[in-house]
Design a protein around this ligand. Structure first.
Ligand code: IVH
Length: 670
């Protein structure tokens, strides 16, 4: 029997009313009805949906309570990579940023920037289709994140349906966070229930969003601010500020303290103001994000491997506190670097308790005259890694001791050697278990091979049992070997073998990052994988081949060549291959389509739905090559609004010109 029209209308009315009251209550802090009245409306809608399941819709506010728990999050590939930001640690850094921008845009006058608070939470990317929230993903490694849609729906200030008649297709990037007061209350609750406390609001927000059971997330006080339009159909946005207006119109919450600044001086004033006043905010911020306001200028400036050139994060000066050094120990890293570390009397700094701090190297200790037993000032560098800034010699009692770098590695007994002219001392032991341990920990980490279930304790166990001598050995582990280890059961052994096996299919970019080549971070690894397509091609690449890639400088190129020239690294790669690890780039073999295979395409002008980087990524994903200048070899020019000389050149050379819509159509043909 069809559902009566009155019921359909009533359900629609209730959904809209509940969402309106939600927004009034959670965002505007101006409720029009009592909690009781709200509950009545909700109960009525729940009843209707129970009686007529046909009335249920994905945007129903009843979905906010959290549905069934998941076994694991599914992966979501972002439409275009979600990049990160370069940092500025001083006003001079901001001045240089401004100079780079003006040079890049060939502009003499002041640039218009937006200055935004840098909310200390975690990135989410939301997709609305026809005005309805259809997907929410974490950033993950920037290329692929986790699907946290059910959890995001529990956040009351996030609209399930955009406040727009236009039924927009909209992608937005924002930050999920927890307010300071809510964090304190959450930790009190955790303590009462005998559960573990969160170190800071950021960790609490991350932990809450990554709950497999959305009902748990629904009990956590999560909130969100949105700041970037990733894409939007049919509603051209030409500035960062216009993006903010669009977000606000749609009822997506933006931060009220955003400012459009004319010139870098105004930006610096904004940074100075918030350096002093940040503590007054109800949530934590760790800096200011500065963006060129014009989106056309943003796309003209382009990207480095990691970050857009048009945006930068100003990090507040680190908070400093006093404590005492109880001892100085050394840690052996993956490259054998022996790093002195101070063991401290625990102290709270920048939102968490710190009990260790790096001392970098021997020279740093000598220069700063830091002794065991000293009172010292510590800070978190970039608000993340704690370091000792200086000692307070006036507070010495005479019982302090001078630190000596050990002559032998505390982990393997091999010689610790410091090359003349180098600051770092290294353990030269070829079979040092500490180096192997750190290497494997890096290899399996989330942005590298992403092997779940291989924590530090298990890595140590595997090394001690003599089961692994290099990272390739991970792929030869057997069920019998694992199940005989202490604390291992049948289930954990099977799970671990499964996640190891799954990692064989990873894209080459992950493997390249996992290999731990100096200066090759996740972004550079992706560039190299996409450019060369296979590890074999990369291993043959010369210094010149590498530096021909715009984002690869001489330092990276030299390090890559050196790495693959080492015979034992070649042997390792062969062993990985023999064990079935993928060494081909998916971006070049292409899962999507080969519509643009072999085609060279130049994009010019401003596009309605894509930034320059996004469209270029799309071209690459479909097998094409995105070039920057037009020649006879160019197959297509995709021209957006205000296309200039490149379009003229294409017409003069008779190169085919496509509109954005025509290009998309071409990609859909199969
Ligand atoms: S813009 C391409 N704006 O800071 C860069 N990021 O260090 C896009 N963040 O991953 C980011 N507030 O999680 C931007 N107003 C803001 C932000 C912001 C916080 C976070 C975000 C990002 C990180 C970069």
């Amino acid at each position: 029997m069809p559902v009566p029209a009155e019921l359909i209308e009533r359900a629609e009315y209730l959904r809209r009313e509940l969402e309106r009251h939600n927004h009034l209550y959670y965002v505007l802090d101006a409720p029009e009805i009592t909690d009781y009245e709200y509950d009545q409306l909700m109960q009525e809608l729940l009843k209707l949906e129970r009686e007529c399941p046909e009335l249920e819709t994905p945007d129903s506010p009843t979905k906010r309570v959290g549905g069934a728990a998941l076994d694991s999050f599914s992966k979501v590939r972002h439409r275009a990579p979600l990049l990160s930001l370069d940092n500025a640690f001083s006003f001079e850094d901001l001045q240089s940023f401004d100079e780079r921008i003006r040079r890049g845009l060939a502009k003499a006058g002041p640039i218009e920037y937006t200055a935004e608070l840098k909310i200390d939470g975690l990135t989410v990317a939301l997709t609305y289709e026809d005005g309805l929230l259809t997907q929410a993903a974490t950033r993950g490694d920037g290329v692929e994140g986790e699907d946290v849609t059910a959890n995001i729906k529990t956040i009351k200030s996030i609209p399930l349906r955009l406040n727009s008649e236009k039924k927009l297709n909209l992608g937005v990037r924002g930050e999920v966070y927890i307010k300071k007061a809510d964090f304190e209350r959450l930790n009190e609750r955790q303590a009462e229930q005998g559960k573990q406390l969160f170190a800071n609001p950021r960790n609490a927000a991350a932990g809450s969003l990554r709950q497999l059971d959305p009902k748990v997330t629904a009990t956590r006080p999560l909130d969100a601010f949105f700041y970037d339009v990733l894409f939007v159909d049919g509603q051209p946005v030409d500035t960062q500020q216009a993006g903010f207006e669009l977000l606000k119109q749609c009822n997506l919450v933006t931060n009220p303290h955003t400012k459009v600044c004319k010139g870098i001086e105004e930006v610096i004033e904004f940074c100075e103001y918030w350096t002093i006043h940040r503590e007054e905010l109800p949530y934590e911020i760790d800096g200011i994000v500065i963006k060129v306001n014009s989106l056309k200028a943003q796309s003209d400036l382009g990207f480095t491997a990691k970050a857009p050139r048009s945006k930068i994060a100003y990090k507040f000066p680190a908070q400093q506190v006093e404590t005492k050094i109880i001892d100085i120990i050394v840690n052996v890293g993956r490259t054998g670097a022996v790093t002195p570390t101070a063991i401290l009397e625990p102290v709270r700094v920048a939102g968490s308790t710190v009990s260790r701090a790096t001392l970098h190297n021997e020279d740093n200790i000598r220069e700063k005259d830091i002794r065991i037993g000293d009172h010292v000032i510590i800070q978190k560098a970039g608000d993340v890694i704690p370091e000792v800034v200086r000692s307070l010699p006036e507070k010495r009692s005479g019982a302090e001791r001078i630190f000596e770098m050990p002559k032998v590695c505390p982990e393997c007994g091999a010689e610790v050697y410091r090359e003349p002219g180098e600051a770092v001392s290294r353990c030269i032991g070829a079979t040092c278990p500490a180096q192997l341990r750190e290497w494997i920990i890096h290899f399996v980490s989330r942005d590298a091979m992403n092997i779940d279930g291989l924590g530090e304790a298990i890595v140590v166990q595997l090394i001690q049992a003599g089961l692994i001598h290099d990272v390739a050995d991970l792929y030869q582990l057997s069920y019998e070997q694992l199940v005989n280890l202490e604390r291992f059961g049948a289930k954990s052994a099977i799970n671990l073998l499964e996640s190891i096996s799954k990692s064989k299919e990873n894209d080459l970019s992950r493997l390249l990052f996992a290999l731990g080549i100096r200066h090759v971070g996740a972004g550079v690894a992706r560039e190299l994988a996409e450019h060369f397509g296979s590890i074999d091609a990369l291993m043959k690449a010369s210094f010149e081949d590498l530096t021909a890639i715009p984002s690869i400088g001489p330092k990276i190129a030299e390090s890559v060549v050196k790495f693959f020239n080492e015979p034992h690294n070649g042997i390792l790669v062969e062993k990985l291959k023999a064990n079935g690890v993928n060494t081909i780039s998916r971006a070049s073999t292409n899962e999507l389509s080969q519509q643009l295979a072999g085609k060279t395409i130049v994009v010019t002008g401003t596009l309605a739905n894509f930034s320059r980087a996004e469209i270029e990524e799309l071209i690459r994903q479909n097998g094409g090559k995105a070039a920057s200048s037009v020649s006879k070899k160019t197959d297509f020019v995709v021209a957006g609004e205000n296309a200039g000389s490149k379009l003229e050149k294409a017409q003069a050379l008779g190169v085919k010109v496509l509109t954005e819509a025509e290009l998309l159509l071409l990609l859909k043909e199969e």
